[in-house]
Design a protein. Structure first.
Length: 433
């Protein structure tokens, strides 16, 4: 063998070595949608408090991921947060060895459902607190190390009651001016309506928004709930669902508010838009702004059962005919009768739409994490997973992805998994891009 051939063979061997080990055949980056072996154990990681579930997540500038949800503490549930290093291991510099729990007001049930990172690195979690006085919107702000921020509200906590009934926050954004906005639901006059509240940086109500810092909108029925919130050109857009009487026939619902908290008359009808897919129950749980257009995602009941569902709207709230079929897209993960698929989170990844949620197959008797990627026109991206979709099982029980973030260009699905002992745990899965 001549010197030139030896040099070629040595170069080939060197390029095949990764971290001192021979690399597997084929580049990992060529398998988008496959679990990332560099994260956790085989692409997955779980964290247990006692019996708990992750509901929302955020990525910090240093690549760490923060997850918020609830943890059972005795006979109650509290806000619970965890922070992970970029490789999926718990970050011991956050809270108590990577974990934080917060009791809001001594109530029986506190659950964080939304999370945001401020420009100064502080974390804000929002959700609900339930106690003898009823159920109210709750916010908690934390220092970057997980300690409560005592300059916010009452010792780091803010509780908001809308009209004396059951209230909850499901979405949270930080405006460019640093003000905080939550969206969810409030019981008003016996009906449940979309609810939005805006707060100053210190947690006090922003009296320039709505009435006393709060606004509610009745969409079209007895039961309306906002599950997602985005800022679009300085206006606030919420998405969720509405139904009247029969819960089996709900629709996607969107509402847009002006910067002052009033319904935006230039959007839909009086600031409201509803979308029916196939006559069954349709529920939007996620919302993004894509090139000035709005994409709502959730579940829609079709012939075989609930499917992944997306709808795209123009700036005035009309369905975008260039997306899917007449502005709507549905995806069935397991086309058998009795299956159930639903999107809980949606992000943009290099112009494409990535959706995460859960998929249930009647024969499998379990839910798995489910992720799908779509091209800009709504078609499934066949380069991702298998034909555009992928599912992830943790312990052959019930696994549900509730949130989705992009970490270093790679999607991370976050939610809960039921362990072998039957307890819920925080669960994360990262996928190659």
């Amino acid at each position: 063998m001549g010197p030139s051939m030896r040099r070629v063979l040595l170069w080939l061997l060197a390029t095949a070595l990764v971290g001192g080990q021979l690399a597997a055949a084929g580049p990992a980056a060529a398998d988008p949608g496959r679990l990332d072996p560099g994260f956790g154990t085989g692409g997955r990681t779980t964290t247990s408090f006692a019996d708990d579930a992750g509901a929302t997540a955020a990525v910090l500038q240093n690549g760490k991921v923060v997850v918020a949800g609830f943890a059972v503490t005795g006979a109650t549930t509290d806000f619970a947060l965890t922070r992970y290093r970029p490789n999926g291991t718990l970050d011991p510099s956050f809270g108590n060895h990577g974990k934080v729990t917060t009791d809001i007001a001594g109530g029986a049930g506190d659950t964080a459902t939304a999370l945001a990172v401020q420009a100064d690195g502080k974390l804000v979690a929002a959700g609900l607190t339930s106690g003898p006085a009823g159920q109210d919107v709750a916010l908690v702000r934390y220092q970057p190390n997980g300690a409560l921020d005592m300059s916010f509200g009452d010792h780091g906590r803010v509780v908001t009651d809308f009209a004396g009934g059951a209230d909850a926050a499901h979405a949270l954004v930080v405006q460019a001016d640093g003000k905080l906005v939550v969206a969810g639901s409030a019981t008003v006059g016996g009906n449940q309506d979309f609810a939005v509240a805006r707060y100053n940086r210190n947690g006090t109500p922003d009296l320039g928004f709505g009435t006393g810092g709060r606004a509610t909108v009745d969409i079209a029925g007895d039961f309306d709930e906002a599950r997602a919130l985005v800022v679009q050109g300085g206006k606030l857009v919420t998405a969720g669902f509405t139904f009247t009487g029969d819960a089996a026939t709900g629709d996607f619902a969107l509402a847009r508010f002006t910067a002052g908290g009033r319904p935006d008359a230039t959007f839909g009808t009086g600031g409201r838009v509803t979308t029916d897919f196939a006559g069954g129950f349709d529920d939007a749980r996620a919302l993004v702004v894509q090139g000035g257009k709005l994409v709502a995602a959730g579940g829609a009941t079709t012939g075989s059962g609930p499917d992944f569902a997306l709808a795209r709207y123009d700036e005035h709230g009309s369905l975008d005919p260039t997306f899917g079929s007449g502005g709507k897209v549905t995806t069935d993960f397991a086309p058998v009768f009795g299956d159930a698929d639903e999107i809980n989170a949606l992000v943009l990844q290099q112009g494409k739409l990535v959706a995460a949620g859960s998929s249930f197959t009647g024969g499998g008797l379990r839910f798995d994490f489910a992720v799908a990627r779509y091209r800009q026109n709504g078609d499934l991206d066949a380069t991702f997973g298998t034909g555009g979709t992928t599912t992830t099982d943790f312990a052959r029980r019930e696994d549900r992805a509730q949130a989705l973030v992009v970490q270093g260009g790679r999607p991370v699905a976050v939610g809960s998994a039921v362990s072998g002992s039957g307890k819920q745990t925080f669960a994360l899965a990262r996928y190659l891009n």
